[in-house]
Design a protein around this ligand. Structure first.
Ligand code: SF4
Length: 442
């Protein structure tokens, strides 16, 4: 057992966040302790994201910073999506890095750290494809009440701009019994709210069959989870518009536990761009699914991702994207400028690249446009009574925070003892991303 300390810097999505929790669980399992900050840790672990170029660039700056200002003798471990595609290059170029691991071999971290303790440099990008080992890894979770649960990893879609299928490999679903056992175990520990994670949850379970030899898919998993006692609220991300089904909309409408929110990344409002992105649906398909979902769940809150400045995007395509923001009336939209990722199909569309100034102008316009929509939508919640699971105190320490069924952050008055409990809160105000309320006396 070691008495060394570690600090994890996480980049990217919720999947990575959960991966970081599992890395922390692994290191605590071999006796390392979590350092209060990165400058005082014996090991700094960078869990990287390759989705956008800016996130990748930050990693290299951070490596230099840690070596210069970190604890004397600090060791650096870099893993995740960036190393899976560029690990050898980083190993050769950044001699300050002691351990390079991939996106599918954190099970081997104890061995890597043991070797690094003895002064060895490690480069290991092996893919361990064993759902049972993966399942057995325990995560060091930040919340005691709300947990991410991975149901699948990787992606088979190859959207033309996206590095994920290269960085995280092909799709693998975690067996349903493993998922159910994990959730039951977490319920026993007091967890009440669960978010199922996967790059494309709608494609869950392709290789599974049930006891009657029928295909076992995402709907079956949701149905089974509905039957487990103790789940207060269930969310899932990410859904893919081409695979999101009317049956899933029906199930969401009748479920007692599935939240009234859905993240459905449209990426563009132009059919020309959607085709170039290899997304597999048209704007009309998307609108039809949303209309159906809204007819079943009128208060559903939608969020999306959208990319601006994709190669060959012209003014008309751009305006179609703005139009879809307005038509769908998203609660939240995560808007980005196109970022070229080496090795993807879009990286080969060089002659159609959009200049940076235009990309930025379009993005800024879209952000301002969406902010107004989000703000107006938030004001519509005023007067609503929402059921809320309080997770923690807010930044001031004087109020409590939770998320409602629409996945909105709600800040409300309350006592520390209310954390972990479900309370009724009246919404009094809101800005684009946060609602403010007061607890109702029951
Ligand atoms: S669905 Fe497309 S955007 Fe999402 S992870 Fe897979 S390839 Fe990337």
């Amino acid at each position: 057992m070691s008495s060394k300390s570690f600090f994890i810097i996480n980049y990217g999505c919720q999947m990575n966040f959960l991966e970081s929790q599992k890395i922390a669980g692994q290191l605590e399992g071999i006796g390392y302790s979590y350092a209060p900050d990165k400058m005082n840790a014996d090991y700094v672990v960078l869990n990287t994201c390759a989705v956008r170029e800016t996130a990748e660039r930050k990693i290299y700056g951070t490596i230099g910073l840690i070596k210069k200002y970190g604890k004397s003798g600090v060791k650096i471990a870099v893993g995740g999506c960036v190393t899976q595609v560029k690990g050898k290059e980083i190993y050769d170029r950044y001699k300050q890095v002691d351990i390079i691991f991939g996106s599918r071999n954190k099970e081997m971290l104890p061995q890597f750290f043991e070797s690094a303790d003895k002064g060895k440099r490690i480069l290991n990008l092996d893919e361990i494809v064993n759902e049972d080992i993966e399942y057995a890894l325990s995560a060091k979770r930040d919340s005691k009440y709300s947990a991410f649960v991975e149901i699948m990893k990787g992606c088979n879609n190859f959207c033309s701009y996206c590095i994920v299928p290269y960085a995280r490999g092909r799709e693998i679903s975690i067996p349903p019994d493993n998922i159910k056992d994990k959730i039951v175990g977490l319920i026993d520990k007091g967890y009440k709210e669960f978010t199922l994670l996967g790059q494309n949850v709608n494609s869950y379970g392709k290789k599974f069959t049930d006891d009657k030899d029928r295909n076992y898919r995402f709907l079956d998993l949701l149905n089974d989870l509905e039957g487990i006692n103790g789940i207060y609220r269930l969310r899932f991300i990410t859904s893919h518009p081409k695979d999101f089904s009317f049956e899933l909309a029906d199930l969401m409408a009748t479920s007692n536990i599935i939240a009234h929110s859905l993240h459905l990344p449209i990426q563009s409002g132009s059919n020309k761009i959607l085709k170039l992105m290899n997304r597999g649906y048209s704007k009309e398909d998307y609108i039809e699914k949303i209309s159906y979902l809204r007819s079943k769940i009128p208060d559903i809150a939608l969020s999306t991702d959208m990319i601006f400045g994709f190669p060959s995007e012209d003014e008309r395509d751009f305006l179609e994207s703005i139009d879809i923001l307005k038509k769908i009336n998203y609660q939240i939209a995560f808007l980005f400028q196109f970022s070229v990722r080496t090795g993807t199909a879009a990286a080969k569309m060089e002659e159609k690249f959009i200049d940076n100034k235009t990309k930025l102008e379009r993005l800024q316009y879209a952000i301002d446009f969406q902010n107004k929509i989000s703000y107006e939508r938030s004001k519509n919640y005023i007067g609503n009574i929402e059921d809320l699971l309080f997770y923690s105190s807010d930044k001031t320490g004087k109020k409590l925070m939770g998320r409602d069924t629409h996945n909105m952050i709600v800040v409300a008055d309350g006592k520390k003892k209310d954390i972990g409990n479900i309370k009724k809160v009246k919404i009094n105000d809101g800005n684009s991303y946060t609602l403010f309320g007061s607890q109702l006396n029951e």
